[in-house]
Design a protein around this ligand. Structure first.
Ligand SMILES: Cc1ncc(COP(=O)(O)O)c(C=O)c1O
Length: 490
C-alpha cells in the first residue's frame, strides 16, 4: 500500500498560505492576526503547545468549575455587571442554543425576529420551542434587516402573552441596535425573559458612544462572541446571566447537555486575557478607535457610487442606536454586487472584508486597527469607486416591489422540529416553488436563512438563492449539491 498521497495536508497548507497573506483584515477574529498583543498572545509565543492542556486539579473543569475557571468566569461576570458568567468553547452558536434551551421548555413559545442567525433556528429544532416570528425593520434599498422596534414587540406580546422568552439580535451584523432597555422593561412587566444574541457586540459595554449592552439594559441572558470583536481566539464566547426569570443553575444544566468535556485551555485562557484587556484598556482604546473609524467611514461615504450606514441613520426604522465599529458599504451604485466588490477588494486591493450581500459589503473594525489600516481601507474603496463608477448602470438585485422589498419572508406552515424529522425528498431548488422546506438555505456569512425547515419556499427565496450561487457567494445547505433542497412529502 502506498500512502504517498497521505503526506498532503490540504487544510494546513491553505491555512499557512492565509496566515502569510499580506491582505489587511477587516473580518473576524478581532485580534487581526495578533496585531494587538495580550498576556495570552505573549504566553502563547513563549510556551506554544505547552499551553494546550486538559483538565487537572489545578486547572479546574469547565463543566463544573470551582477553581481557576470559576475565578476567571466571576471576573468576567463582574466586569459586565452580570450575576453569573460562563465561558463557552463552541462559539456563540452554542450560547444562543443554550439560552433557548434554558429559557424555553418543550412547547414553550419564543418570540424572535426572522433575521436571526441559523443557531437560533437550529435551537428550535433541538428544543421543540414554538417560534413566533417578528418582522424586523427592513431596508429594501440595502436589502438588509435592522433591529426590532418596541411597537413590534408590544404587538407580538399582546397576541402571545404566554410567550416564555423573546430573543433579540443586538446589534445586528451591520451595527443596528434596538431600544433594548425599553424592550426589556416591557417584557419583564409581563414575565417574559429577554435573551440577547450579542454575538457582534461584546465591546458595546465599554463606551458611552456605543449602543447599550445587554447587561446594561437588564436582559436576562446574553451571548457574546468575544472572538469576533474583542480579540480572543476564534470560537471563544461567553454567556452572561442576570438572575431572575432564568436561574443560572438551569443555564448550567443546558450548557452541560452538549458542551465538550475536553474544553480547550487555549480558548479559555484567551477569554481570560481578553477580559483583563477590556477591563483595563477597553474604554481608552475605543475612545481612540471610534473617531478613526468615523473618519474612514466619512471618506468612503463621499466616494461616487457608495453609501454607508452611520449614526446619521439613527432614528430610521430599526436603528435605535448604531455600533460605530462597523463599516457597512452599499456598493450596487457602482453597478456591481457586494460579492463582486468583496472579490475585487480581496484579489486586487489587498483587503479582506467580513462579508458580502447582493448590494452591500461589511468591514469589521476592532481594537487592533489603527490609522494606517483604516486609511488603507478607505483608499481601497476609493480605488473600487474609481474603477467601476459610471461604467455600468446601478445593479438592482431585485425590484423594490419584490416580495418583502427583496427580503424573503416565507410563511412557516409546519413547526421547524416537525419539518426537520418529517418524511421528505430532494428536488432541485429551481423546482421547489410552493413546497415546504425540510432544511435551511442561506449565504454564509451572515448565516441568516432565506428559508428554514417548515417554511413554504417562495419565488423570492429561489431567486435570491440562485443569485447568491451565481455570484459565487458561500452558501450553506444540507445537500452535497448546492442546487438541491430537501422538501416535505415522500
Ligand atoms: C447574529 C449571530 N449570532 C450568532 C452567531 C454565532 O456565533 P459564533 O460564530 O461565535 O458561533 C453569529 C455568527 O456569525 C451571528 O452572526
Amino acid at each position: 500500500m502506498h500512502y504517498t498521497h497521505q503526506k498532503r495536508t490540504p487544510l494546513l497548507t491553505a491555512l499557512e498560505k492565509a496566515a502569510d497573506s499580506t491582505n489587511l483584515r477587516f473580518d473576524v477574529p478581532g485580534h487581526k492576526k495578533g496585531a494587538l498583543p495580550t498576556r495570552f498572545s505573549e504566553s502563547l509565543a513563549q510556551r506554544g503547545l505547552a499551553l494546550d492542556q486538559n483538565s487537572m486539579p489545578e486547572l479546574d473543569l469547565l463543566d463544573h468549575p470551582r477553581g481557576v475557571i470559576r475565578d476567571a468566569e466571576s471576573l468576567l461576570a463582574n466586569l459586565y455587571g452580570a450575576d453569573e458568567g460562563f465561558f463557552l468553547v463552541n462559539g456563540s452558536t452554542f450560547g444562543v442554543q443554550a439560552m433557548i434551551m434554558a429559557a424555553c421548555p418543550p412547547g414553550a413559545k419564543i418570540l424572535l425576529p426572522r433575521n436571526v442567525h441559523k443557531s437560533a433556528i437550529n435551537a428550535l429544532i433541538l428544543t421543540g420551542a414554538v417560534p413566533v416570528f417578528l418582522a424586523p425593520e427592513t431596508d429594501a434599498r440595502w436589502g438588509i434587516s435592522h433591529g426590532l422596534t418596541l411597537e413590534t414587540v408590544k404587538e407580538a406580546v399582546s397576541e402571545h402573552p404566554d410567550a416564555a422568552a423573546l430573543l433579540v439580535v443586538n446589534p445586528t451584523y451591520y451595527g443596528a441596535a434596538s431600544d433594548l432597555a425599553a424592550i426589556v422593561a416591557y417584557c419583564h412587566r409581563r414575565q417574559i425573559a429577554v435573551l440577547v444574541d450579542e454575538a457582534h457586540g461584546a465591546h458595546l459595554h465599554f463606551h458611552d458612544d456605543l449602543p447599550k449592552s445587554a447587561m446594561q439594559c437588564g436582559a436576562d441572558l446574553c451571548t457574546m462572541s468575544l472572538h469576533k470583536t474583542c480579540g480572543s481566539l476564534t470560537q471563544s464566547s461567553a454567556l452572561l446571566v442576570n438572575e431572575g426569570l432564568v436561574d443560572h443553575q438551569t443555564v448550567r444544566g443546558a450548557i452541560n447537555l452538549t458542551q465538550t468535556t475536553s474544553a480547550s485551555y487555549l480558548l479559555m485562557a484567551s477569554l481570560d486575557a481578553t477580559r483583563a484587556l477590556l477591563a483595563t484598556e477597553g474604554r481608552e482604546r475605543l475612545s481612540v478607535l471610534l473617531p478613526r473609524v468615523a473618519a474612514a467611514r466619512a471618506r468612503i461615504a463621499a466616494l461616487p457610487g457608495l453609501e454607508v450606514l452611520s449614526s446619521a441613520d439613527v432614528g430610521r426604522p430599526g436603528i435605535f442606536a448604531y455600533d460605530g465599529t462597523k463599516i457597512a458599504v452599499k456598493v450596487n451604485g457602482l453597478g456591481i454586487s457586494g460579492y463582486e466588490a468583496y472579490r475585487h477588494m480581496r484579489e486586487r486591493l489587498g483587503i479582506q472584508l467580513e462579508l458580502a450581500e447582493p448590494h452591500t459589503v461589511l468591514a469589521v473594525c476592532s481594537f487592533a486597527d489603527d490609522e494606517r489600516t483604516l486609511a488603507a481601507l478607505a483608499d481601497a474603496f476609493a480605488s473600487l469607486s474609481r474603477e467601476f463608477h459610471g461604467t455600468r448602470p446601478p445593479l438592482e438585485a431585485w425590484t423594490p416591489d419584490a416580495e418583502g422589498g427583496g427580503i424573503p419572508r416565507p410563511r412557516l406552515v409546519v413547526p421547524p422540529r416537525e419539518a426537520f424529522y418529517a418524511p421528505s425528498r430532494v428536488v432541485p431548488v429551481a423546482e421547489a416553488l410552493g413546497e415546504i422546506s425540510g432544511e435551511s438555505l442561506m449565504a454564509y456569512p451572515p448565516g441568516i436563512p432565506l428559508v428554514i425547515p417548515g417554511e413554504r419556499i417562495t419565488r423570492e427565496v429561489i431567486r435570491q438563492y440562485e443569485f447568491i450561487l451565481e455570484s459565487k457567494g458561500m452558501i450553506i445547505n444540507e445537500q452535497d449539491n448546492p442546487r438541491l433542497v430537501r422538501i416535505l412529502g415522500a
